[in-house]
Design a binder for this molecule. Structure first.
Ligand code: PEP
Ligand code: MN
Length: 336
């Protein structure tokens, strides 16, 4: 951060600014100029709230040299981060992961069938929601803790790690007991209290992009997790809201290479929620991996017609092996 003083700022005003910077636990570094004095601010680990500084007499402007997402940025950490989810490595050039499973956990039979199908096809992480953020209150809201137990049982039977969504701080104990990775959904990307609490945990996190979040907001949300000490973060592009109605969201694939330029965190793509259409999921999965995604998350249901949530975008479990064969062929091709 750089504080630029007005040309007629007095020595007392400059001293007061330096004192305010010190009071924030930071180090002021005056840079006298022929026209005006600037004060560099050093020692900050993240974004600095400049409200008090801006209000001081003699301050002309405050320039944020560092970005609001310093800890997640490549400048701060040039090496790519690899996130270990119960032995499955994500990012840093590891073979891209496939997370697959139903939108929601519905029953023991459904979850077991889904787990068997995704494991057999070669996916490495099982997904399924027990706490569902539904647009309307009359839609299926998820099985809650009962669902978490079913998810865990099905995953253990197939030796798969699980990722599942947590919506509220008071669900964290339960979700951490049954999950290997916590998902923070698009609707909660800016639930800052939840981010702060999850940031205090030693658990991998899948942070999905908010449906109207800019890349800067997405990275700033991830910064909350890192600022609290949790660096085990995987980002997920899941489509954004645009004027287009033919797809559920608009898949913003350019974020994949862009995030790789801007941040050391891995990024995966969810083509199911991004498109809302089963027919588009295979090709957009391949597009995501071609763009360099560190993985994909796809919804797979044993019987999509009967799904309680997101059936139209779910791949039928019985065809999932074909999908995975195409993915494997592509990944082998991309690697060579
Ligand atoms: C989900 O993955 O189950 C989900 C609700 O996705 P999103 O938060 O991206 O809408
Ligand atoms: Mn879904």
């Amino acid at each position: 951060m750089l504080i630029v003083m007005t040309h007629d700022a007095t020595d007392a005003q400059i001293d007061a600014v330096e004192e305010a910077v010190r009071a924030m636990g930071l180090r002021p570094e005056p840079i006298p100029g022929s026209l005006r004095t600037a004060i560099g601010v050093l020692g900050n680990q993240g974004y600095v709230d400049d409200t008090t500084i801006r209000e001081l007499e003699g301050v002309r402007e405050v320039i944020h040299v560092s970005k609001p997402y310093k800890l997640v940025s490549r400048d701060f950490h040039p090496e790519p981060t690899v996130v270990d989810v119960a032995g499955v490595m994500i990012g840093g050039g590891h073979r891209p992961v496939v997370m697959a499973g139903p939108c929601s956990i519905e029953s023991e039979e459904q979850m077991h069938a889904a787990a068997t199908q995704v494991k057999k096809a070669g996916a490495s992480i099982l997904r399924g929601g027990a706490f569902k953020p539904r647009t309307g209150p009359h839609s299926f809201q998820g099985l809650g803790v009962e669902g978490l137990k079913l998810l865990r049982q099905a995953a253990d039977a197939e030796s798969l790690p699980v990722v599942t969504e947590v919506m509220r701080i008071d669900q964290l104990d339960d979700v951490c007991r049954y999950a290997d990775m916590l998902q923070i959904g698009a609707r909660n990307m800016q639930n800052f209290d939840l981010l702060k609490e999850v940031g205090k945990l030693d658990m991998p996190v899948l942070l999905k992009r908010g449906m109207s979040a800019t890349i800067e907001e997405f990275l700033a949300a991830a910064e909350y997790l890192l600022a609290e000490g949790n660096g085990r973060v995987v980002l997920c592009e899941r489509g954004i809201r645009t004027f287009e109605k033919a797809t559920r969201n608009t898949l913003d694939l350019s974020v994949v290479p862009l995030i790789h330029e801007m941040s050391h965190l891995p990024i995966i793509v969810d083509p199911s929620h991004a498109t809302g259409k089963r027919s588009l999921v295979p090709v957009m999965s391949r597009a995501a991996l071609t763009a360099g995604a560190d993985g994909i998350m796809v919804e797979v249901h044993p019987d999509p017609e009967k799904a309680l949530c997101d059936g139209a975008q779910s791949l039928p479990g019985k065809n999932f092996s074909e999908f995975m064969t195409d993915i494997d062929t592509l990944l082998d091709f991309l690697r060579n």
